[in-house]
Design a protein. Structure first.
Length: 162
């Protein structure tokens, strides 16, 4: 348990460095945490403890991927699939290494009412976040074409053929 708290403090420190000092140094901190977590998981003797530590490897990986992707010339609407596709692949690898089945990670309908409440809570939190942040829209009109190729960005309709 003390190791989990140490990892929490290390990840928090790397986040603070990312925000207050320099993102590059924050990435370095997250890379160090990631390497230590993977080595620790490989050397851990107790299986349940190894599972916890290996699953913690995904946390610094989120920041490493999100901060190191060159997304400047790509529309913001595409940032999310670009960042989270490798993270989803890493999560699938961790699930397979740990020997979990679909049911073990909640990909079933056994607890459907609870899963529905959790899913609907995302809408509640999303609406609250929208009112707190008041973001600018990513697309001008809600159409399939706008979702696929937003007007304001590198892959926009205006830039095709230029």
């Amino acid at each position: 348990m003390i190791e989990a708290i140490i990892y929490l403090l290390a990840i928090t420190t790397a986040e603070v460095v990312t925000v207050t000092v320099q993102p590059v140094w924050g990435i370095v901190g997250h890379i160090i945490v990631l390497v230590v977590v993977i080595v620790h998981a490989a050397l851990a003797s107790e299986h349940r403890f190894r599972q916890l530590i290996l699953s913690l490897a995904l946390v610094p990986l989120v920041r490493i991927i999100s901060l190191s992707m060159p997304l400047a010339n790509i529309p913001q609407i595409w940032w999310y699939p670009i960042i989270y596709a490798p993270l989803m692949a890493a999560a699938v690898v961790v699930i397979r290494i740990l020997g979990y089945s679909r049911g073990d990670v909640g990909l079933n309908f056994k607890l459907f009412p609870i899963q529905l409440v959790v899913a609907l809570s995302g809408f509640v939190f999303g609406v609250a976040e929208y009112f707190i942040l008041a973001p600018q829209p990513l697309i001008a009109k809600l159409t399939w074409w706008e979702l696929w190729l937003p007007e304001h960005g590198y892959l926009s309709v205006e830039n095709i053929g230029n």
